[in-house]
Design a protein around this ligand. Structure first.
Ligand code: ZN
Length: 589
């Protein structure tokens, strides 16, 4: 039987009002009344976002006559029974400058399918055609997306053109974000696969050639990791190309993975400038982000937890395995920079030291395991507050240390013949490679120890029980020396420690976080307090607070004046030794 086809069209019809118009045509609507729904969340970002709230108007028609349409829940609508075909027209407000939503103005349009496409109940397995239409005010825009052109159709889009695109089902439809506009673009191939990098925003003298050269090496190294023989990119079944879409702003940072593309936010200051080769730590941050999202093409977009196969976008979906999908990805993101030669070992050890410092700083790691943190991502990791370092552990950062500890353990136990790479390849072959060609199986919640043992012959049940499901620190003091790396701790500053994180803005310095068990905690200072003076001298910013404290020594006491709400309060603070909170890694010998 021929598969039915749903037809969507998307037009950025009101760029200055930030609005998209969408028309959905359903050839064979449910005769009992068609139900429609919007995703409550977007895969990769584990928070209920209620994308339905950006739909401003919605109407349904059949053969030119209006059809009643009514809300039946927060994310669902029902149309009255009608003759075929049924068309639904709606407008979407698109002014969310993030990788998760949709953003339209006169300079560009970006959208994720989860912000734009209504799902048609009972027809989510049907082929979806999407007509991408230009805005009314310019003919200069082009289209950048990993969504395949509707090959063979008379209205099929040409590459980078407006026109008809196609997805095999709804899950694919919402997994190919679209950028339209006049961005800066560079292309390269990695092991024969086409890659495109698209940069939106004003970026003078962007060094596209340098970025393409570095990212090409990172992509090639990752393809070689998963497919050492065939060297086949993972996304060839879907679009035959991979697209990095980057929105560049003054201080942006973030990324969201898709099956053949990624949406990124980057800071202008992190990107290299033509004629200058001094891009430093900021550029490494950008390359680390690119590497992270690209690694997800395998790990979470094809190798998935069973809970995400398939996604249920109507409600929160829990898994205890984000330490594998985000943690392992975070381990490999910087490691692939090192393996591809885009950073050197000193840079890598500096980046790794920062992660270790960050994880060990918070008491939350002793209260929550990375498995628990994964499960509660929806209500805790994605809803962080001033107390989070004391209450939570990150399945990203501690998850990456679990991966590091596992990798060293596997290498040591097998005299270097097996590693975490073998685990990733087994997961790829077992779950990932054929995921979109009928595999569709995810990893069961308790399956990791057996899979690791199958891939390497090493029993890591105790390791995983203690460091992933338990709350113990990964014993890097013991493990890193097995790889010839010495681990030491030093104070980040010579000033006596307040044991609080400060934040300055608009001329005020606030306590952002009070670390549990520290000096500020003991004195009674609180997150949210506005720091006014230390021993009678005014605090103007975070640097001045550090300078003022630097005049004293451990054992001294100082008076600290703060505003708590609008009340002036004074606290007596006993100063401690500068805390050794900075992890320093060095290769021995
Ligand atoms: Zn990630």
């Amino acid at each position: 039987m021929k598969k039915r086809t749903l037809l969507y069209s998307v037009t950025p019809f009101d760029p200055s009002g930030h609005r998209l118009k969408v028309r959905l045509t359903i050839a064979q609507p449910d005769p009992d009344g068609q139900e429609l729904s919007m995703p409550a969340w977007i895969p990769g970002s584990y928070l209920i976002r209620d994308f339905s709230r950006q739909i401003e108007t919605i109407q349904a028609f059949s053969r030119g006559q209006p059809v009643a349409i009514a809300k039946t829940g927060s994310h669902t609508w029902r149309c009255a029974p009608s003759a075929a075909p049924l068309s639904v027209e709606y407008t979407v407000y698109a002014w969310d400058l993030s990788v998760r939503g949709a953003h339209v103005d006169e300079s560009h349009a970006f959208f994720n399918g989860t912000s734009v496409f209504l799902a048609v109940s009972g027809q989510t397995q049907d082929v979806c055609h999407v007509e991408l239409c230009p805005p009314p005010h310019t003919k200069k825009w082009k289209v950048y997306t990993s969504l395949p052109e509707a090959a063979g159709h008379p209205r099929a889009a040409k590459r980078h053109g407006f026109g008809l695109y196609a997805a095999p089902d709804y899950d694919a439809l919402i997994d190919h974000p679209v950028e339209m506009g006049t961005p800066q673009v560079v292309q390269f191939t990695a092991h024969g696969a086409e890659h495109e990098m698209v940069f939106t925003g004003v970026i003078p003298k962007l060094d596209l050639a340098r970025i393409a050269g570095d990212v090409q090496k990172i992509c090639a190294a990752q393809i070689e990791l998963f497919e050492p023989q065939a060297r086949r990119a993972p996304f060839l079944e879907s679009a035959n190309r991979y697209v990095f879409m980057t929105m560049v702003t003054g201080d942006g940072y973030g990324g969201l993975e898709h099956r053949a593309s990624t949406a990124l936010m980057a800071s202008r200051n992190d990107l290299p400038v033509r004629g200058r080769d001094d891009a430093g730590a900021g550029y490494q941050t950008f390359l680390g982000l690119v590497s992270h999202e690209y690694f997800h093409t395998w790990n979470v977009k094809r190798i998935k937890p069973a809970a995400f196969a398939p996604y249920d976008l109507s409600r929160e979906t829990h898994t205890s395995l984000l330490w594998v999908f985000e943690g392992f990805t975070s381990y490999y993101d910087d490691l692939m920079l090192l393996r591809s030669g885009t950073i050197n070992e000193n840079d890598y050890l500096r980046l790794l030291g920062k992660v270790i410092s960050n994880v060990r700083r918070g008491a939350g790691r002793l209260k929550q395991s990375v498995a628990e943190s994964s499960f509660d991502a929806w209500t805790r990791y994605y809803k962080q507050d001033e107390n989070s370092p004391n209450a939570l552990v990150s399945y990203y950062t501690k998850g990456s240390l679990v991966a590091l500890g596992l990798d060293i353990t596997l290498r040591h136990a097998t005299s270097g013949t097996r590693s975490l790479d073998d685990v990733m390849r087994l997961l790829w072959q077992r779950f990932g490679r054929d995921f979109y060609q009928g595999g569709g199986q995810g990893i069961a919640e308790d399956a990791m120890p057996a899979l690791i043992q199958e891939a390497t012959g090493v029993d890591t049940r105790d390791f995983i029980a203690r460091y992933a499901y338990g709350r113990e620190d990964v014993p890097l003091e013991r493990l890193l020396p097995l790889q010839g790396i010495a681990m030491n701790w030093k104070a980040a500053s010579a000033a006596p420690a307040l044991d609080a994180r400060l934040r300055s803005s608009h001329g005020e310095t606030q306590i952002a976080t009070v670390y549990e068990g520290g000096r500020a905690h003991a004195a009674g200072l609180s997150a949210g307090d506005t720091l006014l003076a230390i021993n009678g001298l005014r605090v103007t910013d975070t640097a001045s607070a550090e300078r003022l404290l630097g005049a004293y020594q451990a054992g001294d006491e100082v008076d600290v004046h703060v505003f708590r709400r609008d009340e002036l309060r004074a606290f007596r603070l006993g100063l401690g030794e500068p805390a050794a909170t900075e992890c320093v890694l060095e290769r021995k010998g």
